[in-house]
Design a protein around this ligand. Structure first.
Ligand SMILES: C[S@@+](CC[C@H](N)C(=O)[O-])C[C@H]1O[C@@H](n2cnc3c(N)ncnc32)[C@H](O)[C@@H]1O
Length: 187
């Protein structure tokens, strides 16, 4: 994973509007994000924005044998990077697919409900209508007992998220580049 950090930063910088980052999420932020997941259960996790796979790797480390991760990445270079570096594991499927069209993918895969959406998507880079589409679709698939977990570098999108989710808990991680907020949202 260490070796892919440089490649991620290079591509992230080149495709700034799509990635909204210059560095991969820190291990402290990943730990914070995943702290809200109950890995003792058989769960379906949808990861939005794999990048170099820094979150995906940790998910796989903690995931039970009967759980699964459906991982989405839209950037060609980052998709290839993650696909070639993530371990072979029957519990994960990687998709070069936009998060905005998550409904088509979940329907194709026969997934009716999702336990957790884990997202590092750069919401502040997206058009208002795309964010609204994404929130509506996640709310549709998310179990009442589930969570949408989102990292952000600013509180800008908090009011928008709050419109869709009844409960939004906010965490802060100083040890991230830049320091980050993590939203834990329940429908
Ligand atoms: C801030 S980077 C985070 C990457 C990595 N998960 C991490 O935590 O370091 C956001 C990622 O979301 C991807 N992305 C942006 N828009 C997307 C979309 N509509 N669907 C899926 N992935 C998208 C970007 O290409 C980028 O890899």
């Amino acid at each position: 994973m260490k070796g892919t950090k440089k490649e991620f930063s290079k591509e992230a910088f080149k495709s700034m509007r799509q990635t909204g980052a210059v560095a991969a999420t820190s291990k402290y932020s990943v730990k914070k994000m995943l702290s809200a997941i109950d890995f003792s259960k058989d769960i379906v996790i949808v990861e939005l924005g794999v990048g170099n796979g820094v979150v995906t790797n940790q998910l796989l480390d903690k995931l039970g044998p009967n759980s699964r991760v459906i991982a989405l990445e839209i950037n060609d270079t980052l998709f290839d990077l993650a696909s070639s570096t993530l371990p072979e594991d029957g519990r994960i499927t990687m998709h070069k697919h936009s998060a905005f069209d998550i409904d088509n993918l979940l329907d194709d895969l026969g997934v009716g409900q999702v336990d957790y959406f884990v997202s590092t998507l750069p919401l502040t880079m997206f058009k208002k209508e795309d964010n609204n589409k994404l929130m509506t679709k996640m709310c549709h698939y998310l179990k009442p007992s589930g969570k949408y977990i989102q990292i952000q570098y600013s509180p800008l999108k908090y009011p928008m998220i709050k419109r869709y989710f009844s409960k939004v808990k906010v965490g802060f991680v100083a040890a991230n580049m830049p320091p980050a907020l993590v939203y834990f949202c329940t429908v």
